[in-house]
Design a protein around this ligand. Structure first.
Ligand SMILES: C[S@@+](CC[C@H](N)C(=O)[O-])C[C@H]1O[C@@H](n2cnc3c(N)ncnc32)[C@H](O)[C@@H]1O
Length: 287
């Protein structure tokens, strides 16, 4: 894999600290994220027997879902810049006996994507490129003429209380910190929230027929308040703020824990903690 310099720091973060955090909270994350991915695939199912590329596939569970949808005559290929995610995905596809799923490590912005594919899909895997237009252009080049793209991306943070509520609570306590030597994940989870920006990026990358569908649903961020607190402190904007602050010796654990407990308490319902979430299903066609 030829790592573009622009994404080198983000890839270091994804293959290091973020891989470890995603592994620790995998059950919570995958359950929450899959509500959005599965609904997007239900509305826009890949064609049977088609070849689909899954961008920024992480542990590869969406790749397996797509492999099942396209059937044995089709194929699902997961690509991710972080080799540790790819190794895990390959091992799980082997034990699931998914003969039509494969994975490879590559930077979507800089490397060959080994096409051609009939379509590309991504569940939250396209918001971290240093240059989204360059990355989307590379995706388009890997598609057949008229091939489709479907991306699930977070809408604006104000409609994503599952993450933003914790972010606001932590920001009250932790001063803004420089990220120093700590690697960060790139533009970030809300970088594709603006439909105007993303439609301009897609058109610049050579896509057409751009469409946006909004999908709102509450997602589980923990089986109880303790797990939701641990999740908020590890991942999302609040988790990132705390990680960078800790690297600079800032420790406000007691105040942060108290603030997060009271901010997240209204989300406790029946069998878990559920926060509001909102995504765009972005569709486009290669010209
Ligand atoms: C939020 S995770 C989503 C993972 C998975 N799609 C899911 O829904 O569980 C973002 C993923 O994008 C990957 N990623 C970030 N930058 C990338 C790049 N330049 N090329 C390929 N993958 C990238 C990360 O390694 C990570 O696995």
């Amino acid at each position: 894999m030829q790592v573009s310099r622009a994404n080198a720091e983000a890839i270091q973060a994804w293959d290091g600290v973020l891989f470890e955090k995603f592994s620790r909270f995998r059950a919570v994350l995958t359950a929450g994220l899959s509500v959005h991915g599965t609904e997007a695939l239900r509305r826009h199912p890949p064609r049977e027997a088609s070849r689909v590329l899954d961008l920024g596939c992480g542990f590869g569970d969406t790749t397996l879902e797509i492999a099942r949808l396209v059937g044995p005559l089709g194929s699902a290929t997961g690509v991710d810049a972080a080799p540790r995610f790819i190794e895990q995905a390959q091992a799980e596809a082997r034990s699931a006996g998914a003969a039509n799923a494969r994975y490879f490590a590559a930077d979507v912005q800089a490397d060959s994507l080994e096409g051609p594919y009939d379509s590309a899909f991504s569940r939250f895997g396209t918001m971290f490129f240093a240059s989204p237009v360059a990355a989307l252009r590379n995706v388009r080049k890997s598609l057949t003429a008229g091939g489709s793209l479907l991306m699930v991306v977070w809408r604006r943070r104000e409609d994503n209380g599952w993450a933003h509520t914790a972010e606001l609570a932590v920001r009250e306590i932790i001063p803004p910190v420089e990220h120093g030597d700590e690697p960060t994940c790139g533009p970030g989870p809300f970088s594709m929230a603006s439909a105007d920006t993303v439609s301009a990026q897609l058109l610049a990358a050579g896509f057409q027929d751009v469409g946006f569908e909004r999908f709102d649903t509450d997602i589980c961020i923990g089986k109880d308040l303790d797990e939701a607190l641990a999740f908020a402190k590890a991942l999302g904007p609040a988790g990132e703020m705390l990680r960078l602050a800790a690297a600079q010796g800032i420790d406000e654990t007691a105040r942060v824990d108290a603030a997060l407990r009271s901010a997240l308490a209204p989300f406790v319902k029946g069998g878990g903690v559920y926060g509001p979430s909102s995504t765009w299903f972005v569709s486009a066609r290669s010209s």
